[in-house]
Ligand binder design. Structure first.
Ligand SMILES: NC(=O)c1ccc[n+]([C@@H]2O[C@H](COP(=O)([O-])OP(=O)(O)OC[C@H]3O[C@@H](n4cnc5c(N)ncnc54)[C@H](O)[C@@H]3O)[C@@H](O)[C@H]2O)c1
Length: 90
């Protein structure tokens, strides 16, 4: 399965990514690196440095066509950020 993990450079997200890869899945990560780290990124993932509130997220979905998405970040707004069409974004 192809999984798009947002927040995949963070603590919880990167551990989820490693588990998904070990289980044989293909993983794409979207992360704005606001608190995550590049060194957390598994070299097997394709990485997009992008905020989930950015409209460019549509292009990532159109290009990657994931079967499933996973979330490893707080909703924007929980951490002071607000995304068009997503909880907490505007
Ligand atoms: N770490 C824990 O023990 C723990 C326990 C329970 C719940 N949580 C919750 O789980 C969530 C993740 O925790 P964590 O420890 O992995 O945090 P983290 O800061 O390590 O990871 C969050 C990731 O999301 C990314 N991110 C944040 N906002 C983003 C945005 N708008 N667009 C794209 N990427 C964005 C960050 O850059 C980071 O890589 C938090 O909401 C936290 O409160 C954490």
């Amino acid at each position: 399965m192809k999984i798009l993990m947002t927040g995949g450079a963070g603590f919880i997200g990167s551990n989820l990514v490693d588990g998904l890869l070990a289980a044989g899945h293909e993983v794409v990560v979207v992360d704005n690196l606001s608190s995550g780290k590049r060194e957390n990124l598994n070299p097997q993932v394709r990485f997009y440095e992008l905020d989930i509130c950015d409209m460019g997220l549509d292009q990532v979905f159109a290009r990657e066509r994931p079967d499933l998405t996973g979330r490893g970040h707080p909703w924007p707004g929980e951490n002071g950020r607000a995304a068009a069409g997503l909880p907490g974004c505007r």
